[in-house]
Design a protein around this ligand. Sequence first.
Ligand code: ADP
Ligand code: ASP
Ligand code: MG
Length: 271
Amino acid sequence: MKVLKFGGTSVGSAERMKKLVEIIQLGEQKLVVLSAMSGTTDRLVEINEAAKNGKTEEARKLISQLEERHLQTVNELYEDKYTITLAKHFISEIIELLQSEISSYKPSVSEKIILAQGEILSTTLFQFLLEERKINSCLLSALDFMKIDNNAEPENDFIRKNLTELLEKKKGFQIYITQGFICTNDKNEIDNLGRGGSDYTASLIGGALVSEEIQIWTDIDGMHNNDPRIIENTQPIRYLSYDEAAELAYFGAKILHPSTVRPAKLAKVPV
Ligand code: ADP
Ligand code: ASP
Ligand code: MG
C-alpha cells in the first residue's frame, strides 16, 4: 500500500479538499496522511501562548477565528444538509474542548491536546466529504497507533503492531485517512512529532508497513537545489539519495521534516 502525505495547503480550503478527492480517488489502495488546514497549527500555538500567559479573552478570540474558518469551509465543502449538520456539530465539539482546555489550562498536557486539534479537524472534515461522495474510505485515529517514548523517539514495534492490527480489523477499504503530526507518549497522553511532523508520520507509517512508496505532496514540485524562499530560480532535483535528502532537511529545507528520511531509508522505501 502506498502512503501519501498532503500538507496544510492541500487541505487549506474547501476547493483544495475537493481537488484532493480527485487526486486520491484514482488507482490502488492507499493510506493518506493529512496535516491541519494551513495556518491552523500556528493559530493553536498562539492560543496556547495566550492561555499560558493568562490572556484568556485573547485565547477565546483566537478560538472563535479558528471556528469561523472551519465553519466557512464546511459551508463550501458539502452538498448534503445531513453532512453539513454533522460537520458543524463536530466543529462545535472541538471548539468546546478548546474552550474547556484554556479555562483549566494545565501546562504541557493542555498544550499538546490543543495542538492536536488541527489534524483532528482536517481529517474528520475530509472523511465526511469522502463519505458524502460514497468513496470507500475509513478514518484511522493516529492516536491508536502512533507513539513516542520518553525520549520523543518513535516506538517502532508498537506502531507496526497496532497499525497492522487496525488495518486488519478495518480491512477492505480503498482509502485510509489518518492524522499527521499527532501521537501518544509513554504516559499515554496526547503528544506530537514536532512542527512539520506530518512528513515524519508518513515515513514512520511507510517504514512500518514496508510500503511500496511514500509520497509527500506539497505546494512545490519537489526538493529543490536551494531554498526557494531565499534564492531565485531554484530547480527541482529528480533523484536524491536518502542521505542527501536528509542533509537538506536537517540543514533547514522546510519541505521535509528532518527525521523523515530515516524510517524510509531503514525500510528501503522510496520517497
Ligand atoms: P507542507 O505544509 O505541505 O508540509 P511546507 O511549507 O512545510 O509544506 O514545505 C514546503 C515549502 O518548503 C515550499 O513551499 C518551500 O518554500 C520550502 N522549501 C524550503 N527549502 C526547500 C527546498 N530545498 N526545496 C523545496 N522546497 C523548499
Ligand atoms: N500541522 C503541523 C504543523 O503545522 C504538522 C505539519 O504540518 O506537518 O507543524
Ligand atoms: Mg511541512
